[in-house]
Design a protein around this ligand. Structure first.
Ligand code: HEC
Length: 131
């Protein structure tokens, strides 16, 4: 009985505090495998903070909504608050594979006018993990 309680206790402690079906590290591995290359936080930073053409003129950068300080809250163009992107301050980020897929698709199309490649996604995940 004691042993059983111990096992339950260990399982409870081991359960991540945030709900979700994935983790930043798992996503990074998946995107790297699909790209056949390692993600680079430096490339991710350049992509995320850079100004792009090809997408919607009103959203030239990921920072248009997420702001340049990724540890702070951002705002959609309609004024809705977006929680911080940096994993160091927001552990809920990149833990739900459907959410990640949906927003990558939508936001890359808005900013770049196309979907991001697996390599670009690996870079962005590496960047968000590094800050
Ligand atoms: C038009 C505003 C806007 C722009 C531009 C934008 N985003 Fe977002 N992004 C959002 C919103 C809104 C959400 C969903 C709300 C939330 O997660 O807080 C989101 C969520 C995300 C997520 C999901 C994170 C998670 O919680 O798992 C990722 C990844 C992301 N954005 C990446 C990007 C990248 C990369 C770019 C640039 C290519 C970008 N975003 C540009 C508004 C924007």
């Amino acid at each position: 009985m004691k042993k059983y309680l111990l096992i339950v206790g260990v399982l409870l402690v081991a359960t991540p505090l945030v709900a979700g079906d994935t983790s930043p590290a798992k996503l990074l591995k998946g995107f790297e495998a699909a790209a056949g290359a390692k993600g680079s936080a430096d490339r991710g930073r350049a992509l995320f903070t850079g100004t792009h053409t090809g997408g919607k003129p009103e959203t030239p950068s990921c920072t248009t909504c997420h702001t340049k300080n990724l540890k702070a809250k951002g705002k959609t163009r309609a004024g809705k608050v977006i929680e911080p992107m940096a994993l160091s301050v927001n552990p809920n980020r990149l833990t739900d594979s459907k959410k990640v897929a949906k927003w990558f698709r939508r936001n890359c199309k808005s900013v770049l006018g196309r979907e991001c490649t697996p390599g670009e996604k690996a870079d962005i995940v590496a960047f968000l993990m590094s800050i």
